[in-house]
Design a binder for this molecule. Structure first.
Ligand SMILES: [Zn+2]
Ligand SMILES: [Zn+2]
Length: 342
């Protein structure tokens, strides 16, 4: 079989690798039919985070090809989607709703598991963390369902962590696939007003389709002034922080109203919290690595019914053999998110 292999900064290749085999009796082998490249894969591609040489990718949808002896629920032939953090769904962390901190879990492509950009993968704890898609589902819905692997659940986690609900004014920082899904998740939760920070037409078009009511193209201090203008000087109730940089957090604290909440899902890089300001203004900060496995069952029915459609985050589709071109396109901001068809 073929799979994407990470070598070093800027060097991803597609190569022949051995087919995965059942190792533990709770494993399943998945034939991957849809995968994609994530903004977080770019951290490795750009040499900003470490990744060992080997398979890469953490989002997949596919067909169960083989199951281990202790797999009870899943059957060969089931169509499944996997959360980006695999987990057992039975430990105290998973049962408490934070499967991304599973006591026995990890990330695809690490901890001796297969990356998802390839033709097949071995899935540990198959009954716990693979979610079955009804067999009769229209193929056209598969890209939307693949977003349950990561970006739709991560955007939802930002919104839930920030306490988005009806009557709330929301600002989304970050116009990548996660930020755009955070807009869609806020709309789904009934937010009254959703302000998206973006200056790229292609992304603002998707943001508006997803429910953004206002777009702010200014950055830094100017974006804070603009938010204050839009909200009668008050600031917003909920900030969905989907970037993770020092400047995005400065914007977040500039825009949030007293008593507001920041939900964060951007991987933090060089960020420190201003505890005295948080104390003085009663600002809440909540979030982290999204527990996608805890959200998939809630969100999948809304995709199947057509209530939400996150698929417009994919603006480029490539065959697996062209995987390096997909990374290049995302690295150069020529694509929001790349769908990969093995
Ligand atoms: Zn991802
Ligand atoms: Zn667990």
């Amino acid at each position: 079989m073929r799979a994407g292999i990470f070598y070093k900064k800027g060097d991803i290749r597609v190569e022949e690798v051995p087919d995965p085999k059942i190792i533990d009796p709770t494993d399943a082998i998945i034939r991957i039919t849809y995968s994609c490249i994530c903004g977080s894969d770019l951290w490795y591609y750009r040499g900003l985070s470490k990744h060992e040489t080997g398979r890469i990718g953490h989002e997949m949808l596919g067909i169960v090809e083989e199951v281990g002896d202790e797999v009870k629920k899943l059957k060969v032939g089931d169509i499944v989607v996997a959360p980006f953090a695999w987990c057992d769904m039975s430990c105290p962390a998973c049962k408490n709703g934070i499967s991304s901190a599973c006591w026995h879990g990890g990330l695809w492509g690490m901890n001796h598991t297969d990356g998802c950009q390839g033709e097949k993968a071995r899935a540990p704890f198959a009954d716990g963390c693979l979610f079955v898609i009804p067999k009769k589902t229209d193929k056209a819905l598969m890209p939307a369902l693949l977003t349950l692997s990561d970006v739709m659940c991560t955007g939802h986690h930002a919104a839930v962590s920030a306490g988005v609900s009806k009557e709330k004014t929301v600002a989304v920082i970050g116009d990548g696939a996660v930020g755009l899904c955070a807009v869609l998740a806020s709309k789904r939760l009934g937010a009254k007003r959703i302000i998206l920070m973006s200056r790229h037409q292609k992304r603002t078009d998707v943001g508006k389709k997803f429910g953004a009511t206002d777009i702010i193209s200014e950055r830094g201090e100017k974006s804070v002034i603009k938010i204050k203008e839009l909200t009668d000087g008050i600031g917003v109730d909920c900030i969905l922080e989907c970037v993770g940089t020092k400047s995005s957090w400065e914007m977040a604290f500039g825009m949030i109203r007293a008593g507001g909440k920041i939900g964060y899902v951007g991987v933090p890089h060089d960020v420190e919290l201003p505890i005295p300001d948080m104390f003085r203004r009663n600002i809440g900060v909540n979030g982290g690595v999204a527990p996608a496995a805890n959200y998939i069952s809630e969100l999948m029915p809304d995709i199947l019914s057509g209530k939400i459609d996150p698929s417009p985050v994919f603006d480029l589709t490539i065959p697996l053999d062209k995987l390096p071109d997909g990374y290049k396109a995302m690295d150069e901001h020529k694509a929001i998110k790349v769908l990969v068809r093995p």
